[in-house]
Design a protein around this ligand. Structure first.
Ligand SMILES: NC(=O)c1ccc[n+]([C@@H]2O[C@H](COP(=O)([O-])OP(=O)(O)OC[C@H]3O[C@@H](n4cnc5c(N)ncnc54)[C@H](O)[C@@H]3O)[C@@H](O)[C@H]2O)c1
Length: 341
């Protein structure tokens, strides 16, 4: 091994040792807003199973007492409390380290994510106003769609309140990564557990850009046509579920899984676990767009590093150029909504 590599390896080991020998695990409070919904309920279950969570706060406008009572009977350490309605929101948020937001209405067949805009934009604005007031230092994981607009809305609300920290606001795009990994493993015929695929851009239709040229393990078995089809399936993954559910909502179980993976990564980062990298839609200078999804290194303060795109194939470069105008107009739509409403 080269001396520089040896040095890096030993630094890495030392950091891991520092982490594992550090004092008791910190207390962490996670709040889920929209906890009685299709995503909220399985997400509450998965966060109750997460050993890094010491307090789990379940908030919704209706139905949370039942969900909280149910989940609270599971014999894991997280202390579960349910909160319902506006006047309990402050207590639900107080002291939260991570706030996960799956509140809002889901897509029905024939609806685009942008159709949801009017309803969900107002819900997100209200919830973020409360976050700015009651837990301004929390990491915010935005699930409510359209993420391409709800994240800029949240940023504007926080800026207006004087609490904005770009390191602490995340659009959850993990489901795109989860889908890209699953579809790639199936097509390349490799074990799915070892697969990694970065997904960049945004979180709707063609703004979702999976980088299969960087997928690991690499596969020679896939033709250009295969890669195009995999890209399209990843972009249309949400619609595939909406149509299969035939009027009964959008992805909930796979989304709860993805939300739990991202929430866990945020908690690990906060706790100082090194080398936690996930894709997320964040404030960014990676392209000329003000928000963009790419790999992000998570740390004690949230985003530690927004990572670059790496080498793109010609097909991916084309995809990147053609997503920009749609993504920009969704971002502007969010900013304008927050400023004008
Ligand atoms: N980021 C992603 O990848 C992704 C994937 C799937 C769905 N989604 C989005 O997640 C959101 C939720 O989807 P779902 O299927 O769970 O919907 P759902 O209708 O089943 O649940 C939404 C919940 O939000 C609650 N809610 C509404 N207004 C609220 C408010 N002001 N405060 C707190 N809670 C409120 C509702 O009472 C309901 O329980 C939708 O916007 C959907 O489009 C995102």
């Amino acid at each position: 091994m080269r001396p520089s590599l040896l040095r890096t390896a030993s630094q890495h080991l030392r950091r891991r040792r520092d982490y594992s020998s550090s004092a008791a695990q910190p207390e962490r409070k996670v709040a889920i807003l929209g906890a009685a919904g299709g995503i909220g309920q399985p997400l509450a279950l998965l966060m109750k199973l997460n050993p890094l969570v010491s307090s789990l706060s379940l908030y919704d406008i209706a139905g949370t007492p039942g969900v909280a009572a149910d989940v609270s009977h599971i014999n894991t350490p997280a202390l579960v409390k349910g909160f319902m309605g506006d006047d309990q929101l402050a207590e639900a948020l107080q002291g939260a380290d991570v706030v996960i937001i799956p509140a809002g209405v889901p897509r029905k067949p024939g609806m685009t994510r942008d159709d949801l805009f009017k309803i969900n934009a107002g819900i997100v604005k209200g919830l973020c106003t409360a976050i700015a007031k009651h837990c301004p230092n929390a990491l915010v994981n935005m699930i409510s769609n359209p993420v391409n607009s709800t994240v800029p809305i949240a940023a504007e609300v926080f800026k207006k309140a004087g609490t904005f920290d770009e390191k602490k606001l995340f659009g959850v795009t993990t489901l795109d990564v989860v889908r890209a990994k699953t579809f790639y493993a199936g097509k390349a015929n490799v074990p799915v557990t070892g697969v990694n695929v970065p997904v960049v851009g945004g979180h709707a239709g063609i703004t979702i850009l999976p980088l299969f040229s960087q997928a690991t393990p690499a596969s020679n078995a896939l033709s250009h046509e295969d890669l195009k089809a995999l890209t399209k399936r990843t972009q249309d993954g949400g619609t595939e579920v909406v149509e299969a559910k035939a009027g009964k909502g959008s992805a909930t179980l796979s989304m709860a899984y993805a939300g739990a993976v991202f929430g866990d990564a945020c908690l690990k980062g906060l706790n100082g676990v090194p080398d936690i990298v996930e894709c997320s839609f964040v404030q960014s200078t990676v392209t000329d767009l003000p928000f963009f999804a790419s790999k992000v290194r998570l740390g004690r303060n949230g985003v530690e590093e927004v990572m670059g795109l790496g080498e793109l194939s010609a097909f991916e470069k084309e995809g990147l150029e053609s997503l920009k105008s749609e993504l920009m107009s969704s971002i502007v739509k969010g900013v304008m909504f927050a400023r004008e409403s």
